[in-house]
Design a protein around this ligand. Structure first.
Ligand code: TXA
Ligand code: MG
Length: 340
C-alpha cells in the first residue's frame, strides 16, 4: 500500500478515509497519533497489528469536543468540568468509567474504563469533526520505538502499512500527554503517566491530586497498562549523565575508545562536541526544548550508520515538565546513569 501524505487542502479526504475504516496518522501537540475510527472494531484491531502493540494495552479516544465524551460516559468525577475548562484542548488524557456496550472492547482492552483526549491541533480537530466519529490514536510508531514527533518519523516506521499521514510540522511538546484517572468520582484524581500538564498545574485547579505508586517506586505495578512496557530500547547503549559529570563521562568514553554520541542542550553540546562522534543538540537549554527534542535525538543517534557504541543524554531536575522528560529518558536508558 502506498502511504499518502495529506496536505492542508486534503483534510476532507483524510477524514473520509478514517470514517470508512482506513488508518491515517495525525499530528497533535504532543506526538503524532495513529488514527482509526474508534467505533469500527476491525479498524482498531489493525492499529494493534500495524504497531505490533500488545493487545492488553488500551487506546486513547480522541475527540473534538467534551460533548463527544458524554455519549460514552455518564458518571463524571466532580473535578472534570474544571479540568476540561483549563486544559482542553491540550496534553491531558482523562480516564472515566464508560457506559456498557458503547465502545468496542478492542479499544478499551476489555476494561470498564476508557481514556479520552481532545488534542490541541487545528488540522486534527478539523479532521475529527469531519469524520464525525471519535478516533483512537496511540502514538504512531512501531511499538518499542520512540514516539514520532515528525511526519517523517511516522513515515519511517509505518509507510506501506497505513493509508496516510496528515502532514504538519514537528510537534510542539514532544512527550505524550499526562494521563489522569478520574474513573472513581469519590477518589482523589490520580496521575498515571506524567506529561506536559503537571501535578502542580492540576492541583491549582482541582485541589489534591495523587500519583500512581509506580511512578515513585519502580517495583509497583502501574495502573496504566502501557506504562509497564519499556518504551524504547535503543540498540545503542544509553547512559544518563548528571550535570557535574560530563567531563568525566567524556574522558572515560575516550579512554575506552568508544564512539560516543551526545544528546543535550547547547551548553553541554558545545563543551563536548570535539570529543564525540555525533551530537544531537536541543534548540536551547530549557526543559521545554529538551522534551521537544528527546525522541528525535534518540531516533537520530541510534541510526546504525553512525555506528555509535554509546549515547550520553542530559538529565533534568524531576520537577514540572522534567518529570515527564525523566520518565521517558529513564526507560530509554534502562535506568542507567554514568557513574564515576
Ligand atoms: O499524547 C498522547 O497521549 C498521544 C497522542 C497521539 O494523543 N497518544 C498516546 O497514546 O500516547 P498511547 O496509546 O501511546 O498511550 C496511551 C496510554 C497507555 O499507557 C495506556 O495504557 C493508557 O494510556 N490507557 C489507555 N486507556 C486506559 C485505561 N482505561 N486505564 C488506564 N490506562 C489507560
Ligand atoms: Mg505510545
Amino acid at each position: 500500500m502506498e502511504t499518502k501524505r495529506y496536505n492542508e487542502s486534503e483534510l476532507k479526504e483524510a477524514a473520509q478515509a478514517l470514517r470508512d475504516g482506513s488508518l491515517v496518522a495525525f499530528p497533535t501537540e504532543t506526538v503524532y497519533g495513529l488514527g482509526a475510527n474508534a467505533l469500527l472494531p476491525d479498524s482498531v484491531a489493525k492499529v494493534f497489528t500495524v504497531k505490533g502493540r500488545p493487545q492488553d494495552n488500551p487506546l486513547i479516544i480522541h475527540v473534538a469536543s467534551f460533548d463527544q465524551v458524554k455519549e460514552y460516559v455518564d458518571n463524571f468525577h466532580p473535578a472534570t468540568a474544571k479540568i476540561v475548562e483549563n486544559f482542553w484542548p491540550g496534553p491531558l488524557t482523562m480516564i472515566f468509567e464508560i457506559k456498557k456496550n458503547k465502545l468496542p472492547s478492542v479499544v478499551t482492552g476489555g476494561l470498564s474504563t476508557a481514556a479520552f483526549r481532545m488534542p490541541d491541533n487545528k488540522k486534527t480537530l478539523e479532521v475529527i469533526r469531519q469524520a464525525g466519529v471519535p478516533l483512537v490514536g496511540p502514538s504512531a510508531n512501531t511499538s518499542g520505538k520512540p514516539s514520532p514527533t515528525t511526519a517523517d518519523h511516522v513515515y519511517h516506521d509505518l509507510h506501506g502499512k497505513i493509508t496516510g499521514i496528515i502532514e504538519d510540522g514537528a510537534t510542539r511538546i514532544g512527550v505524550e500527554s499526562t494521563v489522569i484517572d478520574l474513573s472513581n468520582p469519590d477518589a482523589v484524581p490520580m496521575i498515571l503517566r506524567p506529561g506536559a500538564v503537571t501535578k502542580e498545574q492540576l492541583e491549582e485547579v482541582v485541589g489534591e491530586v495523587s500519583v500512581d505508586k509506580h511512578l515513585v517506586k519502580e517495583s509497583e505495578t502501574p495502573k496504566a497498562p502501557g506504562m509497564k512496557y519499556k518504551h524504547y530500547s535503543p540498540d545503542t547503549k544509553v547512559l544518563m549523565v548528571h550535570d557535574n559529570d560530563w567531563a568525566d563521562a567524556i574522558q572515560w568514553a575516550k579512554n575506552k575508545g568508544f564512539r560516543t554520541g551526545v544528546i543535550a542542550g547547547p551548553k553541554i553540546a558545545e563543551e563536548t562536541r570535539f570529543d564525540t562522534a555525533a551530537v544531537y543538540m536541543f534548540h536551547d537549554d530549557s526543559i521545554e526544548a529538551a522534551a521537544k527534542g528527546l525522541f528525535a535525538g534518540l531516533r537520530g543517534l541510534d541510526e546504525p550508520l553512525l555506528g555509535l557504541d554509546l549515547i550520553f543524554v542530559q538529565v533534568f531536575p524531576n520537577e514540572g515538565l522534567g518529570v515527564a522528560y525523566m520518565n521517558r529518558l529513564k526507560k530509554a536508558a534502562a535506568q542507567n546513569y554514568f557513574e564515576k
